[in-house]
Design a protein around this ligand. Structure first.
Ligand SMILES: *[C@@H]1O[C@H](CO)[C@@H](O)[C@H](O)[C@H]1NC(C)=O
Ligand SMILES: *[C@@H]1O[C@H](CO)[C@@H](O)[C@H](O)[C@H]1NC(C)=O
Ligand SMILES: *[C@@H]1O[C@H](CO)[C@@H](O)[C@H](O)[C@H]1NC(C)=O
Ligand SMILES: *[C@@H]1O[C@H](CO)[C@@H](O)[C@H](O)[C@H]1NC(C)=O
Ligand SMILES: *[C@@H]1O[C@H](CO)[C@@H](O)[C@H](O)[C@H]1NC(C)=O
Ligand SMILES: *[C@@H]1O[C@H](CO)[C@@H](O)[C@H](O)[C@H]1NC(C)=O
Ligand SMILES: *[C@@H]1O[C@H](CO)[C@@H](O)[C@H](O)[C@H]1NC(C)=O
Length: 517
């Protein structure tokens, strides 16, 4: 999708009035960028910091694929929590498991209008809804990817979709997982990014959320951010499968106990300084000492680390059995803030972030793929020399034609977002709070869809301005016959000819690695 920027800007200039919307975030080099107006001008746009919480009411086992509800299906609850997010001062939530068949329009509209972005994991722990880290070749298949693609369809049209996580802690230090799983993470990212390029109106970032292990996380990061074999020239197959951003789950700084050095934040600041994609903490907030005072917010993540990291997400919003909550929810659905909530709120008020303009950033985002460098950091890391599992024909077919998703979410323009709700909110002193949600008009999507779409396209163009992948190759770069290792088809037409009904194709593909490079 290489549309010249000047063409788009000309198209924008021709539209009569500017859109007032929650502008989609895009990426330049190692920063997220929030457009400052519909003209999406690099000299006005500023870098964006994630100030977020992990939003997982019910805990990690709270997701039920058979249920007709999920975390974003009840607008009354979403309104309640949007209020609390605003009080806390967060701008982003991460959600681990959602059902792509449900309607999320009201909740996503409430969040949009309240100024909240979403980072969503496309997986769940259920069979067929994630890679099995013990058996990646046996679970990288069309059953799994069809669900991922349906998930993308369900969320791609919300402007407040900040990014998708392709996986969470799939690569870890148990068993041989760091050896067998990395190429499959890249394969899933390739498929997701090709699907988005083909079916979404903008280039929604795809990232990965890594486990908290010092050597492994650095190896994982170098593996997932690289996009060049020689360090000079972008390789299309590596670029389409790289992570657009990288999340680190880290509990190194325990508030009231650790400091910059003893937490290891000093090492994070130096070992990740060559990042060319945005870095965030996808989980943080050690709870060894409670209540948490969150010193790592002002002194660490948004202090010493702010030149390298772009903020993060505190684990986690609701209190569950593991005692990481910021709020308690009682059986009637009423909220009580914990001391942790008040402490995090004042920490977030005490940060000052750089107002760097997009135009000040280099558009260079090349990083060398170096197997031996990665092996030196973590000897058991399986880069497979950056060769990826080939893309099964059935997956290529879904990318090309879509998954016939009937559930494509959209922001509602005719929905009166609720300013109040019928749950009680109490602060950490036990006082009832008079809760009214504040909707900044600047977040409300107006009706000029054509303008919005043009903005979205301009965003995707500028994101990939330095090394964009042409649409013909991006949608089909690794499509080919199951048995040939050099069957990179470069034309979309080739995809049409791939037979899709080969029986037993799964057996053919399982474990089959074909050279893409
Ligand atoms: C505010 O942040 C600074 C670090 O930037 C820290 O030294 C100071 O203690 C913080 N103040 C409060 C009240 O947390
Ligand atoms: C962290 O790294 C940045 C960029 O490399 C550097 O400018 C900054 O001084 C470092 N912060 C600390 C506290 O060492
Ligand atoms: C993979 O890379 C290593 C160096 O990291 C090299 O020794 C080995 O020959 C390569 N294997 C293949 C199949 O290219
Ligand atoms: C979607 O529908 C088209 C046309 O009816 C069909 O050819 C294609 O196989 C369908 N795709 C899926 C994934 O069901
Ligand atoms: C809250 O209001 C909704 C309608 O907005 C209603 O369906 C729900 O039953 C109410 N809940 C309580 C606890 O009153
Ligand atoms: C995205 O593009 C499709 C096809 O051009 C269009 O039907 C749809 O309305 C667009 N969605 C948004 C949110 O602009
Ligand atoms: C994209 O296409 C243009 C024009 O066809 C070509 O000049 C350019 O090299 C291509 N870029 C890539 C990355 O393939």
């Amino acid at each position: 999708m290489q549309i010249s920027k000047s063409v788009l800007l000309a198209a924008l200039a021709a539209t009569p009035s500017l859109v007032s919307a929650m502008f989609p975030i895009h990426i330049k080099n190692y920063r997220f960028i929030k457009p400052s107006s519909a003209t999406n001008s690099e000299s006005d746009n500023e870098i964006f910091f994630v100030k977020g919480v992990d939003y997982q009411p019910g805990g990690s086992s709270g997701y039920d694929a058979g249920s007709d509800t999920d975390i974003l299906s009840d607008p009354e609850i979403c309104a309640r929590d949007a209020y609390a997010f605003q009080q806390l001062g967060v701008n982003t939530v991460r959600i681990y498991s959602l059902n792509p068949d449900l309607n999320h329009d009201k909740c996503m509209t409430i969040f949009n209008d309240a100024g909240i972005y979403a980072i969503l994991d496309v997986n769940s722990g259920n069979y067929g809804e994630s890679l099995n880290r013990a058996d990646p070749s046996g679970t990288y298949d069309s059953l799994y990817l069809s669900r991922v693609f349906k998930f993308i369809d369900a969320f791609k049209d919300y402007p407040n979709m900040l990014g998708f996580f392709s996986g969470n802690e799939v690569i870890n230090d148990q068993s041989d997982y760091a050896k067998i799983d990395p190429p499959y993470i890249r394969a899933v990212q390739r498929d997701m990014k090709q699907y988005i390029a083909k079916h979404a109106n903008r280039s929604i970032p795809v990232g990965y959320s890594a486990a908290d292990n010092t050597d492994l996380r650095l190896a994982t990061f170098k593996y997932l951010q690289c996009n060049s074999l020689d360090g000079n020239k972008v390789n299309d197959n590596l670029d389409i499968s790289r992570s657009d951003f990288f999340g680190l789950n880290t509990y190194e700084w325990c508030s009231g106990i650790s400091d910059w050095q003893s937490s290891g934040y000093d090492k994070l600041n130096s070992t990740f300084e060559d990042a060319v994609i945005p870095l965030i903490f996808s989980e943080y907030g050690c709870n060894t000492k409670t209540p948490r005072t969150f010193d790592e917010v002002s002194e660490g993540l948004y202090g010493g680390l702010k030149g390298v990291f772009s903020g993060g997400l505190v684990y986690e919003y609701t209190e569950e059995a593991n005692n990481f909550g910021l709020v308690k929810v009682d059986d009637s659905g009423s909220l009580t803030y914990k001391d942790d909530f008040a402490n995090l709120e004042s920490q977030l008020q005490n940060i000052s972030l750089p107002a760097t303009k997009e135009s000040e950033l280099s558009s260079d985002s090349i990083y060398k793929c170096d197997s031996s460098d990665i092996a030196k950091i973590y000897s058991g890391f399986g880069t497979n020399n950056f060769t990826l599992p080939s893309q099964p024909a059935e997956i290529a077919n879904m990318i090309n034609y879509g998954v016939n998703g009937t559930n494509t979410g959209k922001i509602l323009t005719d929905y009166a977002v609720p300013t109040t709700f019928n749950y009680t909110v109490k602060n950490n002193k036990g006082d009832t709070v008079s809760a009214t949600i504040f909707y900044d008009k600047a977040n409300a999507l107006n009706k000029l869809d054509a303008t919005t779409t043009a903005v979205a396209n301009a965003v995707s163009t500028s994101q990939s301005s330095s090394h964009s992948v042409n649409s013909s190759s991006s949608a089909s770069s690794s499509v080919g016959s199951s048995t040939s290792s050099s069957s990179k088809s470069k034309g979309a037409a080739n995809v049409v000819n791939v037979p899709i009904d080969q029986s037993g194709y799964l057996a053919l593909f399982a474990g089959l690695i074909s050279a893409l490079l």
